[in-house]
Design a protein around this ligand. Structure first.
Ligand SMILES: [Zn+2]
Length: 304
């Protein structure tokens, strides 16, 4: 009995040490309640569909900035806002937070667009494009990953930028502006993108997610496979190495400049670009697992 007792004490001590690893400490902060809070607010009717350059879009931006401040994520540009003006004369804003790395001029970036389609007054009935999946889901992932990094207490090797793009629905305006004006493009080691990560394309495959990555970086695929095994996640990614990932979403702005990318996407569904893209249709378990695996990947990208 004494031996068993000692073993048990030893085992719990080991588990305690494992549970205290800094990476796991950050990982444990990522959860469903937080995802529901972010998406519930961003996709509420009050935000009027978050069209870039409108009141609803600006409220969404203010909310994201508040969230970054609460986490103590620093601004990457003054006041977090990177304003840009486009042909419409409307001023739009990317939002950029940062955790400075030991190497200040080597970057990894994780991002998602926060704008959506606004309101269509000509529609009968529900006229607000809430965009819960497109792309409040992606914004929730970037915010939770930022929180995970802060809570881990790790000072990363590389500088990590948390990006929230505006004007994606108007042809990738925000992410394009960022890459066109960023002085140090060669030192961006990877861009990770989220666009629509909360739905089931096929209800019989609730764990399905498409995982695009630049094919010259096969380790991106290996890392995800290993993490799914190690942590026992139930995700079943469709691994899609891609030679020129210049389509689909904000990943294109980076891939155009030969920056390696990763893009998580749970595929199309009948509510795509419709007012019925609502929070209650989100597959929360999958969304949270995607966020957790992405956090683990960002940790590797930032430190290895
Ligand atoms: Zn989108």
């Amino acid at each position: 009995m004494k031996k068993i007792g000692c073993l048990l004490i030893l085992l719990s001590a080991c588990l305690f040490v494992l549970a205290q690893s800094p990476v796991d400490k950050g990982l444990r902060t990522i959860n469903r309640n937080t995802a529901e809070a972010y998406i519930g607010f961003l996709a509420s009717d009050f935000l009027e569909g978050r069209e870039a350059g409108t009141r609803g879009g600006r409220i969404a931006g203010e909310y994201i900035v508040s969230c970054l401040k609460i986490m103590s994520v620093q601004p990457f540009v003054e006041g977090y806002y990177q304003p840009f003006e486009v042909y419409t004369g409307k001023q739009m804003n990317n939002i950029l937070g940062v955790i400075p790395g030991k190497i200040s001029n080597e970057y990894v970036i994780v991002g998602a667009h926060y704008d959506h389609l606004g309101i269509n007054p000509n529609l009968e009935g529900d006229s607000i494009y809430n965009g819960a999946d497109d792309n409040a889901s992606g914004v929730s992932a970037v915010l939770q990953i930022a929180k995970g990094f802060v809570e881990s207490g790790i000072k990363p090797q590389r500088t990590v930028i948390f990006a929230f793009w505006d004007g994606e629905e108007k042809k990738l305006l925000g992410s394009n502006f960022f890459v066109e004006t960023f002085a140090d493009l060669n030192n961006i080691k990877c861009y990770m993108n989220f666009d629509m990560i909360g739905r089931n394309n096929d209800e019989s495959k609730p764990n399905h997610v498409v995982y695009f990555y630049t094919d010259t970086h096969p380790q991106y695929g290996e890392w995800l496979k290993n993490d799914i095994k190690q942590y026992g996640f139930s995700l079943t990614p469709d691994y899609r190495p891609w030679d020129k990932p210049v389509g689909g979403s904000d990943n294109a702005s980076f891939a155009k400049h030969n920056i390696p990318i990763i893009w998580y996407h749970t595929d199309g569904h009948p509510d795509y670009h419709k007012p019925s893209d609502h929070p209650e249709k989100i597959n929360w378990d999958k969304l949270v697992e995607i966020t957790k695996t992405a956090y683990l990947l960002m940790m590797k990208l930032a430190n290895e």
